[in-house]
Design a protein around this ligand. Structure first.
Ligand SMILES: Cc1cc2nc3c(=O)[nH]c(=O)nc-3n(C[C@H](O)[C@H](O)[C@H](O)COP(=O)(O)OP(=O)(O)OC[C@H]3O[C@@H](n4cnc5c(N)ncnc54)[C@H](O)[C@@H]3O)c2cc1C
Length: 385
C-alpha cells in the first residue's frame, strides 16, 4: 500500500473530529460522516482529564475546548457518612481536568474542526464498506457513497465498522451499574468549586460538584445485577427513579440533601453502564477503529473521552511516519493497546468499590492517577515499525 492521502472518518462524536484534525496535521485530508442530522450526544456531563487536554494541545484545539468547559483541578473521595479517604488539588505540574456538558464539548470540537477546514457531513449513517486494491468505499443509509485511501471507525461503542473488521468481535458488556445524573437546587450543600467529590455510600455511589449557577450537579451509580432491568432503566419515569434514589441515599451525607432538592425534570437516566471487552483486532485492510469502538473503558474511569482523543492523535502520528495502512495501523495498535487495557482494569476495580462501599485501603492519588493523567502522545518523535 502506498502513502495515505485521504481518509473517511465514520462518527462525529469526540474521536471523529479529533482524528480528522490530527490527520490534517499529518498531511492527510479527512472528511467526517456523522449519523445524527444535527448535534450528537446531547445529555450528561463528562470530564476531560489532563492527558486528554495535552493531546488536544497537539492539534491546537485545547484552548477552544477549554473555553467550553470549567476547570475542576481537585478531587475528594470519601464514604457516605462524610469521612474522607483522600483529597488532592490535582497532580503537580498538570493542567486542571475540565468538566463539560457533553453537547458543549461536541460543539466546541465541531466548531474548531470546521474552522480548520475539516468537513463534517451530518445525516450520514454508515451501513457498509467495500475495499478494492486502491481504495475503500463507504455506503450510507441515504444511498450515497464516499471513497478514500482509508476508513476510520470513530462510531462509538455500538460501532458499525467493528464487525466489518472482525465479525467475531465482542459486543459491549454491562458492568452491573445503572448511571443517573441530575441537578440539586437550594440544597444547602456548598461544594468547593475547585473539587469534584466521589462519595462511596453503603448502597450506591454518588459524584457531585458545584455549578457556576449555584446548583450542584451529581451523578449516581446504582448497583443492578440484572442486565435486562438496566436495559429498561430509561422506561422508568424519572419521578420513580428519584424516589428510589432518595431511599438509597437516605442515610448519606450529602446525598440525602442533594436528592431531596432535585426535581424529576432535572434527572437524566443514562442507563446501564457498559464497557467494550478487549477487541482482538483494531484494524483490517484499509479500516481501523479509534475511540470507544476499539476501547471503551467503564465511565468510572473518567477516561473514555480522553483515551479516544489520545488514540486519534496517536493514529495520525503512525500514519504520518509509516508507509501504508498495515504498518501504520499495526504500530498504532501496539502503542495504544497496553495503555487502554491498564486503564480498563483500573476502572473495573473502581466499579467493584462502587458496589461495596469504597476502596479497601488508603488511596494514593499519584499511584491511582499518575500513569493515567501524566501520559503524553509524543507527536515530535518519529514512530518506528
Ligand atoms: C454516562 C457516561 C459518562 C461518561 N463520563 C465520562 C467522563 O467523565 N470522562 C470521559 O473521558 N469519558 C466519559 N464517558 C465516556 C465517553 O463518553 C466516551 O468514551 C467518548 O464519548 C468516546 O468518544 P467516541 O468519539 O469514541 O464515541 P462517541 O462519543 O460515542 O461518538 C460516536 C459518534 O458516532 C456516531 N455514529 C454511531 N454510529 C454511526 C454510524 N453507523 N454512522 C455514522 N455515525 C455513527 C454517533 O452518533 C456519535 O456521534 C462517559 C460515558 C458515559 C456513558
Amino acid at each position: 500500500m502506498t502513502a495515505i492521502r485521504t481518509a473517511l472518518v465514520i462518527g462525529g462524536g469526540i474521536a471523529g473530529p479529533v482524528a480528522a484534525l490530527a490527520l490534517r496535521k499529518a498531511g492527510i485530508q479527512a472528511t467526517v460522516f456523522e449519523a445524527h442530522p444535527g448535534e450528537a450526544n446531547a445529555g450528561a456531563s463528562l470530564t476531560v482529564a489532563p492527558n486528554g487536554l495535552n493531546a488536544l494541545e497537539i492539534i491546537g484545539a485545547a484552548d477552544a475546548v477549554r473555553a467550553a468547559g470549567r476547570p475542576i483541578p481537585g478531587m475528594a473521595m470519601g464514604d457516605g457518612r462524610g469521612n474522607r479517604f483522600a483529597e488532592f488539588s490535582g497532580l503537580p505540574g498538570l493542567p486542571a481536568s475540565h468538566v463539560f456538558a457533553r453537547a458543549d464539548l461536541n460543539r466546541a470540537l465541531h466548531d474548531y474542526a470546521a474552522s480548520q477546514g475539516v468537513e463534517i457531513e451530518h445525516g450520514k449513517r454508515f451501513v457498509g464498506a467495500e475495499e478494492t486494491a486502491g481504495a475503500v468505499t463507504a455506503r450510507f443509509a441515504d444511498g450515497s457513497t464516499a471513497a478514500a485511501d482509508i476508513l476510520i471507525g470513530a462510531d462509538g461503542i455500538r460501532s458499525a465498522v467493528r464487525p466489518l473488521i472482525d465479525p467475531a468481535a465482542p459486543s459491549p458488556e454491562y458492568v452491573g451499574l445503572i448511571g443517573l445524573a441530575g441537578f440539586a437546587s437550594g440544597s444547602g450543600v456548598e461544594p468547593d468549586p475547585d473539587v469534584m467529590y466521589f462519595a462511596f455510600g453503603d448502597r450506591a455511589f454518588l459524584g457531585y460538584w458545584a455549578m457556576p449557577d449555584g446548583r450542584v450537579a451529581w451523578f449516581s451509580n446504582v448497583p443492578e445485577p440484572d442486565a435486562a432491568v438496566a436495559a429498561a432503566a430509561r422506561k422508568t419515569p424519572p419521578g420513580d427513579w428519584l424516589e428510589r434514589l432518595r431511599d438509597l441515599y437516605a442515610d448519606d451525607v450529602p446525598g440525602a440533601a442533594l436528592l431531596r432538592h432535585s426535581e424529576p425534570g432535572d434527572l437524566f437516566v443514562l442507563g446501564g453502564m457498559e464497557i467494550m471487552p478487549d477487541v482482538p483486532s483494531w484494524h483490517r485492510g484499509r479500516m481501523v477503529l479509534v475511540g470507544d469502538s476499539a476501547h471503551a473503558p467503564s465511565p468510572s474511569s473518567g477516561q473514555g473521552a480522553s483515551l479516544a482523543i489520545e488514540s486519534a492523535v496517536e493514529l495520525a502520528r503512525c500514519l504520518r511516519d509509516l508507509p501504508g495502512a498495515p504498518a501504520a495501523f499495526a504500530a498504532y495498535e501496539r502503542l495504544r493497546r497496553p495503555r487502554v487495557q491498564a486503564i480498563a482494569a483500573a476502572a473495573a476495580r473502581t466499579n467493584e468499590d462502587k458496589s461495596s462501599g469504597g476502596p479497601a485501603g488508603p488511596v494514593d492519588p499519584e499511584q491511582i492517577f499518575g500513569f493515567v493523567h501524566r501520559h503524553r502522545v509524543d507527536w515530535d518523535e518519529r514512530v518506528t515499525p
